[in-house]
Design a protein around this ligand. Structure first.
Ligand code: PLP
Length: 373
């Protein structure tokens, strides 16, 4: 008989949520939402009941734009949009807006995992989506090299996924000297680290990891890439319409933008993006350190390409995975099952995960190994 872990008599008082997305918000942000949802307007209307054309919502949008631009050093040459449909809608919007700039309607894609593949598949609906580099042969355990000469000279853009949520890898050195604007899906690392926006034509990110509630995308677009939408592009997906209407051509998700304004104020109050990035590096180092200490756990990504926000590993004895995840949950460590397509374990540690939560998980890793190792 295996020794049983002592289970808590009552459900844990406070749970740490390691879910990959929708994901945990910084606790102070969740508390401000509760406090300000009704109080925000001061005249009986909550934040989801006010007009998106009125002065109070304009203030929220101003706050979001000003703070995102300053915290992320977004150059004046780039527009900032908020669009419906999450990150996946941008897999359509990017080729619809950009691919017409290539006479042969060609675009390059770097294949580093599930979402990168989905982006390329969608791009192929509008032209030729050329896979320029791939790490599929090694089960997406790394970021492949992308020699500039491999990017088609007639490509309208080169698409990559700056952090791969399912496989736990991330780019640190983005491709140099490619003959096309870089487009990044930054859904799982936006606002977790600094990014040199000057190097990107488009950056997009679904809200549900580091920004707020799911369903919206934050999109930055270099000015010269606006105004080239293919004929037939749905009006709401046309970047030129978003630029002309300041993302207000139809009613935006006002609640999501309200939450984003609080998230950005939280980042500012931490000391800015560089400070948040340092905290995230420290949290990841703590977890990888705990995993690397023994052969009981096996991180799947190559060390130099390891993600800081999605820490993916397997148990050497894979038959213990289900028990690991269930026991962790009973200890208040939630959402640790790996993506359904790959199994194993994944701890997502976005901005909202506290160092206490990471320490609790590191302690659980040690304890589980003591009992089952
Ligand atoms: C890197 C990446 N891209 C795209 C998506 C899909 O995002 P959405 O559900 O907002 O379309 C996800 C999943 O959350 C993701 O992690």
């Amino acid at each position: 008989m295996r020794e049983r872990l002592p289970l808590p008599a009552a459900p844990p008082r406070y749970a740490y949520n390691f879910c990959a997305g929708p994901a945990t918000l910084p606790r102070p942000v969740a508390e401000r939402i509760r406090e300000e949802f009704l109080a925000h307007a001061g005249d009986g209307a909550s934040v989801v009941e006010i007009s998106h054309k009125g002065a109070r919502f304009a203030h929220i949008l101003d706050t979001v734009e000003t703070l995102f631009r300053s915290l992320c050093a977004l150059p004046r040459s780039h527009h900032l949009f908020f669009m419906h449909g999450g990150a996946r809608m941008q897999c359509s919007a990017v080729p619809l807006n950009l691919i017409g700039r290539s006479a042969t309607r060609t675009a390059g894609y770097v294949e580093t995992g599930l979402f990168a593949r989905q982006a390329a598949r969608e791009g192929a609906r509008y032209g030729t989506a050329r896979t320029v580099a791939s790490s599929a042969a090694t089960s997406f355990d790394r970021i492949p090299a992308v020699p500039a000469r491999d990017c088609p000279s007639d490509a309208a853009f080169l698409h990559l996924t700056s952090n791969n949520t399912v496989y736990g890898t991330r780019w640190t050195d983005f491709p140099h000297d490619v003959p096309a604007p870089l487009v990044a899906d930054a859904t799982s690392d936006i606002l977790s680290r600094r990014l040199d926006h000057d190097r990107f034509g488009v950056v997009y990110a679904g809200f549900q990891k580091n920004l707020g509630p799911a369903g919206m995308a934050l999109v930055t677009v270099r000015d010269d890439l606006i105004g080239h939408a293919l004929p037939g592009t749905p009006r709401l997906l046309d970047y030129a319409v978003q630029a002309d209407t300041r993302s207000l051509d139809n009613t935006p998700n006002t609640f999501a933008l309200f939450v984003l304004s609080l998230v950005l104020e939280w980042v500012r109050d931490q000391g800015g993006l560089a400070v948040v990035e340092r905290h995230n590096e420290a949290k990841a180092a703590l977890l990888y350190g705990a995993l690397d200490r023994s052969a009981f756990y096996r991180p799947t990504a190559r060390a130099e390409h390891r993600s800081v926000t999605n820490i993916v590993f397997r148990l050497a004895d894979e038959s213990l995975t289900g028990e690991f995840v269930a026991l962790a949950e009973s200890e208040g460590l939630l959402g640790l099952a790996g993506h359904r397509t790959v199994g194993g374990v994944r701890a997502s540690v976005y901005n909202g995960m506290s160092e206490d939560g990471v320490r609790a998980l590191a302690g659980f890793l040690r304890e589980f190994e003591r009992l089952r190792g």
